[in-house]
Design a protein around this ligand. Structure first.
Ligand code: SAH
Ligand code: SF4
Length: 430
C-alpha cells in the first residue's frame, strides 16, 4: 500500500511540477518520507531518517522536506516539534494535495500540514496511472473499519471507502491499452469493496473481478489484502469459474487460538477460517494460501501458541509473514495486561518462522520440474542478463531471456530453488 502511495506521490508531483526522481538526496529539491506506523520499529525510523537529511537543509535552505503516510497521520504537528526543519506534513489520504501544500510553504515561509480524510477526493485528483512493466497495482478501496484491537490502520487511514466501479474500470482499460496484462487490486480489506454503480446499485469485489476478467488484454488478476470475515461464497466461487484469477490468496489469519482471535476482535474462529480454506481448495486444489501471523499478543499462553502451530499444520500455508506483537498507542490491545516475557515471545516467533520457512521451501521444491505461467516484470536484480518474473503463486523466478519479453506472459520451466527465489528456463510464450 505504501509503495503504491509513493508511486502516486511521484505521479502527482511529476504532473504538477515536472519533478523527476533521484536516488541522491544531495541532488533533491524535495525530499519526502512516506512512513508506516503499523509497528513501532517502522515508526521510529522516520526520526533517524529525518536527522540524516537535516544537514542538507542547512546547506540548501530552499530544500523542501516533507513527511507523509501513517506516522504523519498519527503524530501530526508533534513532528514539527521534534524536527522543526520539516516543511510539509501530509497523510495517506491527502497526498494529492502536496502541490498546494508545497506552494503554500514556499509562498508563506511557514510549515504546512494537512492530515485530514477527505474521503474519495484523493482518487479523483490522481493522474492516470502510468506503468513500465506488464503488471500494475490498482487501488480500489481505502481505509479500514474493522478495528482489530492491535491495529492502528483504522485511526491512520480512516474508514473503509470504495471507488465507484466505473472509475476503477477506466484505470484498468487505460492500463490494458498500455499493454498491462496483470492487475493487482489493492486495499486494506479489498473484499469489503462496495463500489457504486451508475444505476444506484453497489458492486461487490466478485462483480468487479468478473468485469475485469472480461476486459480484453487482462490475463491475470490478484487482490490483497482480504479479511477472512468477508470471504463471501460469491468470492469463493470465482476460484472455480474464473481462470484469470491468480492461483494465490493472501488471507491473514493472525493466530490459531479462538480465545486470542476473540481478544483481537477478528470476527472468526480457527474452524471458520479452516472451513473457508477447505471450500477454496475444493475448487482449486493447488492454490497457494499465504497468511500473516502475530506472535505475542497480550496474554498469549503456551496453549494459545500451540493452537497457532496446529493451525499452520492443518492449513499447510505457503509463504507467510510473521510479526512480534507491537503495542500501538491508542489501540485497545496496548492497554491489555501482558505478563509474557520478551524472551518467550521471541522463542515462539523463531519456532513459527522456522516452520513457515520449511513449508515455503517444500512448496518451492514441489514446483521444480513444472512449467509455470510467469508475468515478466523486468530485468533480474541479481544478474542483468536475466529476467525476473512472478509465478501464479507469487514467487519470483529468474531466467535467461530477451528484454523484449518484459511486460509479457511466458511459460517457464522451474529448474531449482535458491533461498526465496526460483530459477528457471523459458519454455515458450503464453
Ligand atoms: N487488513 C489486513 C492487514 C493489514 S496490516 C488484515 O486484517 O488482514 C498487515 C499486517 O500487519 C497484519 O496482518 C498483522 O499481521 C500485522 N500487524 C498489524 N498491527 C500489528 C501490531 N500492532 N503488531 C504486530 N503486527 C501487526
Ligand atoms: Fe488492521 Fe486489518 Fe484489522 Fe483493519 S482488518 S484493523 S487493517 S488488521
Amino acid at each position: 500500500m505504501n509503495d503504491y502511495d509513493s508511486d502516486k506521490i511521484a505521479d502527482v508531483l511529476r504532473a504538477s511540477e515536472g519533478i523527476t526522481l533521484t536516488d541522491k538526496p544531495e541532488d533533491a529539491d524535495i525530499i519526502l518520507f512516506n512512513t508506516c506506523s503499523i509497528r513501532e520499529k517502522a515508526e521510529e525510523k522516520v526520526f533517524s531518517d529525518l536527522g540524516r537529511v537535516r544537514p542538507l537543509k542547512l546547506a540548501k535552505p530552499d530544500l523542501i522536506i516533507g513527511v507523509g503516510g501513517c506516522v504523519a497521520s498519527q503524530e501530526g504537528a508533534s513532528i514539527f516539534r521534534r524536527a522543526p526543519y520539516v516543511d510539509v506534513i501530509f497523510g495517506p489520504q491527502t497526498l494529492h494535495r502536496l502541490p498546494e501544500l508545497i506552494a503554500a510553504r514556499r509562498a508563506s515561509g511557514r510549515m504546512q500540514m494537512d492530515i485530514s480524510f477527505p474521503e474519495i477526493e484523493k482518487f479523483d485528483s490522481l493522474p492516470a496511472p502510468q506503468v513500465a512493466g506488464g503488471s500494475a497495482y490498482v487501488s480500489i478501496m481505502e481505509g479500514c473499519s474493522k478495528f482489530c484491537t492491535f491495529c492502528v490502520v483504522p485511526y491512520t487511514r480512516g474508514d473503509e471507502i470504495s471507488r465507484p466501479l466505473d472509475d476503477v474500470m477506466r484505470d484498468i482499460r487505460g492500463l490494458a491499452a498500455q499493454g498491462v496484462g496483470e492487475i493487482t487490486l489493492l486495499g486494506q480489506n479489498v473484499n469489503a469493496y462496495a463500489g457504486d454503480l451508475e444505476d444506484g446499485e453497489t458492486a461487490d469485489l466478485a462483480y468487479l473481478i468478473r468485469t475485469i476478467a472480461a476486459q480484453e488484454g487482462i490475463q491475470r488478476v490478484r487482490y490483497m489484502t482480504s479479511h477472512p470475515r468477508e470471504m463471501t461464497p460469491r468470492l469463493i466461487e470465482l476460484f472455480g469459474d474464473t481462470p484469470k484469477l491468480a492461483n494465490h490468496l493472501h488471507l491473514p489469519v493472525q493466530c490459531g487460538s479462538d480465545r486470542v482471535l476473540a481478544a483481537m476482535q477478528r470476527g472468526y474462529t480457527a474452524l471458520e477460517y479452516k472451513s473457508i480454506v477447505r471450500k477454496i481448495r475444493a475448487l482449486r486444489p493447488d492454490i497457494s494460501i499465504t497468511s500473516d501471523f502475530i506472535v505475542g499478543f497480550p496474554g498469549e499462553t503456551e496453549s494459545d501458541f500451540e493452537a497457532t502451530m496446529k493451525l499452520i499444520e492443518d492449513v499447510q500455508f505457503d509463504m507467510s509473514f510473521s510479526f512480534l506483537y507491537s503495542p500501538r498507542p491508542g489501540t485497545p490491545a496496548a492497554e491489555m495486561a501482558d505478563e509474557v516475557s520478551y524472551e518467550t515471545k521471541m522463542a515462539r516467533l523463531k519456532r513459527l518462522k522456522t516452520r513457515i520457512d520449511e513449508l515455503e521451501n517444500a512448496y518451492s521444491e514441489k514446483m521444480v520440474g513444472t512449467v509455470q505461467r510467469v508475468a515478466v516484470e523486468g530485468i533480474s536484480k541479481k544478474d542483468e542478463r536475466e529476467l525476473a518474473g512472478r509465478t501464479d503463486n507469487n514467487r519470483v523466478v529468474n531466467f535467461a531471456g530477451p528484454a523484449e519479453l518484459v511486460g509479457r506472459f511466458v511459460e517457464v520451466k522451474i529448474l531449482a530453488v535458491s533461498m526465496h527465489t526460483l530459477r528457471g528456463e523459458l519454455a515458450g510464450a503464453v
